[in-house]
Design a protein around this ligand. Structure first.
Ligand SMILES: NC(=O)c1ccc[n+]([C@@H]2O[C@H](COP(=O)([O-])OP(=O)(O)OC[C@H]3O[C@@H](n4cnc5c(N)ncnc54)[C@H](O)[C@@H]3O)[C@@H](O)[C@H]2O)c1
Length: 335
């Protein structure tokens, strides 16, 4: 059980970390220190709203605004706290943004993660769990993607930084006996999500009567994973603990969906919440276009290792998850 554990969650005002902290605070009686630099990659008001909800849950949550790439602050944080567990979810996310803004990926995902590894080397903890990504599989045509596969052809800088994190983590685990588990998440979606991701930006555009761009003429598939499933997976790993000093797992739905079908399901969810009219002509709002640099055609998670070791597998259907997103969107933005 995680009762009485002191847990550092980085990126705590981010989408996945917010949901994780909320569940840990509500159901696990853990003490959480959340850190986030509150950068403006997407609307800061969303990060502030998530933070407010966490702070309203009580005194077991403490927030520190800091950048994980600041080595001195990181050392101070670990000198002042004795953490049992660390979950690193702070990162510069986004594949397309990494084409125009490479520096911040090195700063947050490489330097920031390295600082964290140094901190846990100097201040031992029980277990470090960190977010990796399905993007490390690149354009592999061997599906489903297994953690046994060779992953040394990332097609974006974002993916390369995530793969680099896995390598750094392995080395630190090997050299200093640190227990580390990397989790490769697959296209996570849900309430309070990230406005830069397709399901969110498509929603905005469709509600504004704008057209949405469908890349690779719709010939893409994504293994969409509902955020509560990802959180459940992280907690299962934290609760049972590491089964080896260094491990990597996929957390994905194991059920890829074609992009065109995904857009239809999203439209149906928006109609069922009354955000779009029953007779909405989706075809008039689609702009089919070529593949974007850095993107991959398919993602598809093999989760057999997660089931074997932690007895868990994501299972929320896309229809259900997008309905919950649409309901939240309506409540939050009052459309
Ligand atoms: N959402 C997905 O589909 C997905 C898929 C694969 C992997 N991931 C990974 O999961 C993690 C969480 O993703 P998310 O979707 O919640 O993204 P997010 O952008 O909502 O959350 C990341 C948070 O980290 C903070 N942050 C960024 N750089 C920082 C720094 N240098 N110091 C301190 N805080 C910093 C941001 O302000 C943000 O609040 C990330 O590591 C991401 O790469 C996400």
């Amino acid at each position: 059980m995680l009762n009485k554990k002191k847990i550092l969650v980085t990126g705590s005002c981010g989408f996945i970390a917010y949901h994780l902290c909320k569940k840990l605070l509500k159901e696990h009686d853990a003490t959480i220190v959340g850190v986030d630099n509150m950068n403006d990659y997407y609307e800061v008001s969303l990060k502030e709203a998530r933070l407010k909800e966490l702070e309203d849950l009580g005194k077991d949550f403490t927030f520190i605004r800091m950048d994980i790439s600041d080595k001195e602050k990181m050392e101070e944080l670990f000198a002042q706290n004795r953490f049992d567990l660390v979950v690193n979810l702070a990162a510069q996310a986004g594949v397309r943004y990494s084409l125009e803004n490479p520096d911040v990926y090195i700063q947050s995902n490489v330097l920031g993660f390295y600082n964290l590894l140094e901190a846990v080397r100097n201040h031992p903890i029980e277990h470090l769990v960190f977010a990796s990504s399905s993007s490390v599989y690149g354009n592999s045509d061997k599906i489903p993607f297994s953690t046994e596969d060779k992953v040394d052809q990332p097609v974006s800088l974002y993916a390369a930084t995530k793969k680099a994190d896995e390598l750094f983590a392995y080395t630190y685990s090997h050299l200093y006996g640190i227990n580390v588990t990397g989790l490769r998440f697959f296209t996570v979606y849900g309430p309070y999500g990230r406005p830069d991701m397709a399901y969110f930006s498509f929603t905005r555009k469709l509600l504004n009567g704008e057209k949405i761009r469908i890349f690779n003429y719709g010939n893409c598939e994504r293994d969409f994973t509902y955020v509560d499933d990802v959180v459940e997976g992280i907690i299962a790993v934290l609760e049972k603990g590491p089964l080896a000093p260094y491990s990597i797992y996929n957390i994905g739905n194991n059920h890829p969906e074609n992009l065109m079908r995904f857009v239809e399901i999203l439209k149906d969810a928006l109609v069922s919440e009354g955000l779009l009219p029953e007779d909405y002509a989706l075809e008039d709002h689609l702009q089919l276009t070529e593949m974007q640099k850095g993107d991959v055609v398919t993602t598809y998670a093999d989760v057999s290792a997660l089931i074997r070791d932690y007895g868990f597998k994501p299972d929320t259907p896309l229809e259900e998850g997008l309905k919950r997103f649409a309901k939240w969107y309506k409540e939050y933005y009052g459309n």
